[in-house]
Design a protein around this ligand. Sequence first.
Ligand code: ADP
Length: 341
Amino acid sequence: MSRERIIGGEPVDREEDLTQLSLRPKVLAEYIGQKELRGKLKVTLDAARQRGETAEHILFYGPPGLGKTTLAHIIANEMGSKLFATAGPALQRTGDLMGILTNLKEGDILFIDEIHRLSPVIEEFMYPAMEDFKVDFVVDKGAFAKVINVPLKRFTLIGATTRAGMLSSPLRDRFGLYYHIDFYPPEDLAQIIIRSAGLLETEIDQEAALRIAQCSRGTPRIANRLLRRVRDYAAVKADGVIGEEIAVRALDAEGVDALGLDNLDRKLLQVIIEYYKGGPVGIEALGATLNEEVDTLVDMVEPYLLKIGFIQRTRRGRMASPEAVKHLGIEPSADNQQSLF
Ligand code: ADP
C-alpha cells in the first residue's frame, strides 16, 4: 500500500524513476535549499580537491526523497570521480562486497543506501576498509582457514540512512562527516518545482508552484511527483499552462489535502485520536491496527507528522496534538482526547 502513496517519499514506478532521474541536479550549484549543508560540503570538497586528496567518508541521514542520493552523485561529479551505488540489503555476502571494494580505483565513490540495514558481518568487514583501506578476507574453512590481507585504493564511502539511530556507533564513528537533511520549507520546494517544470518544458506560475510546494510534505521527490500529476491534469483539462486554480483543482482531484497529508497520514492520526483516545500508543500497536509495517510508519509517515507537530513521540508512545484533531475536523471530546487536555 505504501508504495502507491502519491505523497510517499519513495519512488513509485520505473517511469517515475526515470523522470526523477532526469530532474536530478548534477552539480552543487543546482542543488536547491539546505544552504548550511551545501556551504559545508562545498568547503570540504574544495579542500580535498586543492590537496588532491579523496574526500572523507560522508554519512547523510534524513527521511526518504530529500536528496541524499542526489548529493552522492553531485559529490562524484564535483570530484570528477566514478560512483558505484548499492544498498544495505543488497550486500548479503562478504564476497559481494569484496568484489566491489577491490574494483574501486583511487578517488572512486561507493554509495551505500539504507546503510543501517547492513548485516553485522558485512558491517564488520567494512571497518578496516573504511579506516585503513584494506580488507581481511578469510579463505577456506576450519583448520585450513587463512586470512588474506588485501589492500584497497583510497575511496570515499557515502552512506545514506533514514534512521541514524539504527547505525551502530563503530560504523557511525568511521564517517568523517555527518549531515542531517531536513524537510524543505515551501519556498525552497517552489523553486525546485519551477526548475523541474522548466526541464519538463511546462509553464507554471509562482503561485501555482507555491501551492504544489505546500502540499509536498517538505519533500522534493513528492514535489516533482505532484508537479507531474498537475501537469497531466493541466494538459487534459486546460491549455497545459499551470496556474493556481488548475493546481488547486488537480491536487484536489488527487485527494491531497492542504498540508499534503494523504489517506495513510490521516488514518494514522484518526486511529490515535479516536481508537486510542489521543494516545499515548506504541508504534507496534499502531502498525497492527493500521495493518501497516512499523518501518513504513517510522520511515515514511511519522517524520513529517512529527515535524509539523501533529504527533509527539513520548516514552510511553505516540500522541496526537490538538492541531491534528482540528485539521481532521474531529470534534474534540473528553473521550477522544483524554490525555491531551
Ligand atoms: P533520497 O536519496 O534522499 O531518497 P533523492 O536524492 O533520490 O532522495 O531525491 C529525490 C528527487 O528529488 C531527485 O530525483 C531530485 O530530482 C529531487 N531533489 C532532491 N533534492 C533536491 C534539491 N535540493 N534540489 C532539487 N531537486 C532535488
